[in-house]
Design a protein around this ligand. Structure first.
Ligand SMILES: Nc1ncnc2c1ncn2[C@@H]1O[C@H](COP(=O)(O)OP(=O)(O)OP(=O)(O)O)[C@@H](O)[C@H]1O
Length: 277
């Protein structure tokens, strides 16, 4: 269910407790705590530089942190690299690759954590790659070079790679950034299907309406701190959007349940001076 924090055995799929990250002497995240149940979709919102990517990287075990990150109750530092790679898939922001791969070979790398060291891939692995490429509507791209892809095509290749991995937890960093409107929705629907199949999703994004539509819960991060968490309608209030993003909005709950946001303009300095009390 939407608000159940724990899976059948009473342990959250992901629990983050007093997480702080300091990089090169700068405190990037401070005292962040939340829990996510299996099958839940959590959207992570916040201004540029707030610490969203850093949060995903800490949970992914890619950077050192203080506090605790547990997957099904096990601290991630107690898991081997292969166990971690099996448990969670990370879809990074699309960026230029430096190695040349055919698309199908690149997606196949997502199966590596399921294979022993230097074990050959099986026909079933290649079958999963074909399925995943079909899901992201890139059937004809199997033998194309990844270096030749557009930003949106590359983003969908990253998703396909995460899908074949079969991990319980999907960490998505601005997954729809390069996608046109068709693929934004197609991507979100793919991820929704993953969540309905029991996978847990943590997705960073900048589109408040899209996050409100798809996520079960939102985390709002600003200046390295968790400012709010809960169901989308409780997190995204005009006051909070004004104070965190510096933008005035009017909100409208559409009859179909989705949130419509009217962006009225930047918070002006005279607005800021009108603080009550
Ligand atoms: N190694 C580092 N040393 C110092 N500061 C860093 C380091 N790495 C990241 N930062 C800073 O940490 C802050 C948070 O970065 P992060 O990438 O997590 O932000 P974000 O919320 O994902 O932002 P965006 O929406 O712009 O992608 C930024 O101000 C960034 O410049």
């Amino acid at each position: 269910g939407l608000f159940a924090l724990t899976s059948g055995n009473g342990v959250a799929l992901l629990s983050v407790d007093r997480l702080s990250v300091t990089l090169d002497g700068h405190t990037i995240l401070r005292d962040v705590g939340f829990e996510v149940a299996a099958g839940q979709w959590v959207g992570i919102l916040g201004p540029n530089g707030a610490g969203k990517t850093t949060l995903l990287r800490a949970i992914g075990g890619h950077i050192p942190f203080e506090g605790e990150v547990r997957l099904r109750g096990t601290p991630i530092e107690a898991m081997s690299a292969q166990e971690q790679a099996r448990a969670q898939a990370f879809v990074r922001q699309a960026r230029s690759l430096t190695f040349d791969f055919a698309v199908e070979e690149f997606v196949l790398l997502g199966r590596a954590p399921q294979r022993g060291w230097l074990q050959p891939y099986r026909e079933s692995d290649r079958e999963r790659v074909r399925e995943a490429l079909a899901r992201v509507e890139l059937e004809g791209f199997a033998t194309r070079s990844v270096l030749s892809l557009s930003g949106g095509e590359m983003q969908r290749v990253f998703l396909a790679q995460a899908l074949v991995q079969g991990a319980d937890l999907l960490l998505l960093d601005e997954p729809t950034a390069h996608l046109d409107v068709h693929y934004q929705f197609s991507f979100m629907e793919q991820i929704r299907a993953q969540a309905e199949a029991g996978r847990t999703v943590l997705a960073v994004g900048h589109d408040l309406e899209l996050a409100a539509r798809y996520a079960d819960r939102l985390l709002l991060i600003a200046d390295g701190e968790l400012r709010a968490q809960g169901p989308p309608a409780s997190v995204l209030t005009p006051e909070r959007i004004a104070s965190v993003f510096g933008v005035r909005v009017a909100l409208d709950q559409h009859p179909d349940g989705t949130l419509r946001i009217d962006y009225l303009g930047p918070v002006s300095s005279s607005d800021e001076n009108r603080v009550p009390g």
